[in-house]
Design a protein around this ligand. Structure first.
Ligand code: FES
Ligand code: CO
Length: 324
């Protein structure tokens, strides 16, 4: 397992809820192979390793609420205890050591989250999914050959919108970023509203200013809300990134709208895929791969305040993975 105490003790995204059906699945998280399965009590995550002969439990099946190893059919209940060994003669007790290693696991916001340290901290809030005001669309997975902090910082980067996403999320004529602050209030870290001139933010064909508020929720989970001041409509995108191993990450998102977009879920995710495909070559080729937390290392502008706040946040927390 990749060593990073802060991340091991946090909820990290493992996959979408819809990925875990009746069959167990294998997920790589922080270099650790997990078997994730669903039974009548919910979703559970084990180390993907049977103590008998090292088989991958994720290749097995779920039967009578137990995860059954594919090799000799030992049955593990959701606590990780082995409750049946078919090779044992009737009446012989199951050895005490016959257990699977279990990680903390919850299902929330349309995703499965795993805590590798086995803790149950409170998960970050996402009020857009609490009520019925917002339509929520799950986005991803998107594989990226980069470390999570570079991916997250790209998402928090205001200045690139009118360059990398020119014609989509910005225009060449409006690249200047007005001054803004990052607020640290009540344990939250969020920017002021930042004006961004977009060619067609609401699909009407009318170019205008919209206002972005960025917020840092967790080391690998951030969001922004785009507000149209004319009609007070809101769109939020939450980005959360799974550290797969040293080289690879997988990005997921939630896109939330409090207005009628006139688009299907497929059209919404296809647009987001296109935007992401514009960022991907940039992020996959940034050097160093590790996000520099020493603010003297790269050259920041005032308009990079959200990124700077993110770097400071990671530094204060002591996040190691993907930082330098
Ligand atoms: Fe799992 Fe034998 S390796 S039951
Ligand atoms: Co981008």
């Amino acid at each position: 397992m990749l060593q990073d105490k802060v991340l091991q003790e946090d909820w990290l995204v493992a996959c979408r809820s819809t990925d875990v059906k009746e069959k167990p699945i294998q997920i790589m998280l922080m270099g650790e192979r997990l078997a994730i399965f669903r039974n009548s009590k919910g979703v559970h995550a084990f180390k993907d390793l049977c103590i008998h002969r090292g088989a991958a439990l994720s290749l097995g099946e779920v039967k009578n609420d137990c995860l059954v190893c594919p090799y000799h059919a030992w049955e593990y209940d959701e606590s990780g205890d082995c409750v049946k060994i078919p090779q044992l003669p009737e009446g012989k007790p199951i050895p005490k050591k016959a257990k699977a290693v279990r990680y903390a696991c919850i299902e929330k916001y349309g995703f499965i989250w795993v805590n590798l340290a086995g803790n149950h901290p409170e998960i970050f809030p996402y009020p857009e999914m609490d009520g019925t005001e917002f339509r929520n669309v799950i986005w991803g997975p998107q594989e990226v050959q980069a470390k999570p902090p570079r991916i997250i910082e790209n998402f928090l980067d205001v200045g690139h919108l009118a360059v990398v996403h020119q014609g989509y999320l910005g225009t060449e004529t409006h690249r200047e970023i007005e001054n803004y602050k990052v607020n640290h209030k009540d344990g939250r870290i969020y920017s002021d509203e930042i004006a961004i001139f977009q060619p067609d933010p609401d699909g009407s064909g009318q170019a205008k200013y919209v206002y972005y508020t960025y917020e840092i929720l967790r080391p690998f989970t951030v969001r922004f809300t785009k507000r149209d001041r004319e009609n007070d409509t809101l769109m939020t995108i939450l980005l959360t990134v799974r550290p797969v191993d040293e080289e690879m990450s997988i990005a997921y998102g939630i896109l939330s709208f409090n207005y009628e977009t006139g688009l299907s879920d497929e059209e919404i995710t296809a647009f987001q895929d296109e935007i992401f495909s514009q960022d991907k070559p940039i992020v996959q080729n940034q050097k160093p791969e590790e996000l520099p937390l020493d603010l003297q290392v790269e050259l920041s502008l005032v308009s990079d305040r959200v990124s700077i706040a993110y770097r400071q946040y990671l530094k204060e927390l002591g996040v190691v993975l993907g930082t330098a």
